[in-house]
Design a protein around this ligand. Structure first.
Ligand SMILES: [Zn+2]
Length: 120
């Protein structure tokens, strides 16, 4: 374990970050009933992705920044944490220290995309 007892550093992501990039990174999913699940696998298929949680629920999600899941993730709206997914504490701490900013933070672009952007 790195830095035991140390609080995770604050991290900032753009509010308009793509949903799939975000869940790729944080591996958490807020269900419609307000339960936060851990994501086991994400299979991208165009603008949809098949997501499987650690409690073995599988469903399709759309890659939309304005979807319910994207908003709930950004706003950290959840009532409970799925007991079956057993999300580790460090992951929850990392998530709770993550902030979403309109004009500041990472958009979680890949190296290629960053190269393209800097080349403009
Ligand atoms: Zn779960």
């Amino acid at each position: 374990m790195k830095n035991p007892g140390k609080k995770p550093a604050k991290r900032f992501y753009r509010k308009r970050v793509d949903l799939f990039r975000l869940i790729d990174k944080i591996k958490l999913w807020p269900s419609r009933r307000g339960i936060l699940h851990g994501i086991k696998t994400i299979h991208k298929m165009g603008d949809q992705a098949q997501i499987t949680t650690h409690c073995n629920k599988t469903f399709l999600a759309n890659d939309s920044r304005n979807s319910r899941a994207a908003r709930w993730l950004r706003n950290k709206w959840f009532k409970d944490i799925c007991p079956i997914c057993r999300i580790p504490d460090w992951k929850l701490e990392k998530y709770s220290s993550t902030q979403f900013k309109r004009h500041y933070g990472s958009a979680l672009l890949s190296e290629d995309e960053l190269d393209k952007k800097n080349g403009d």
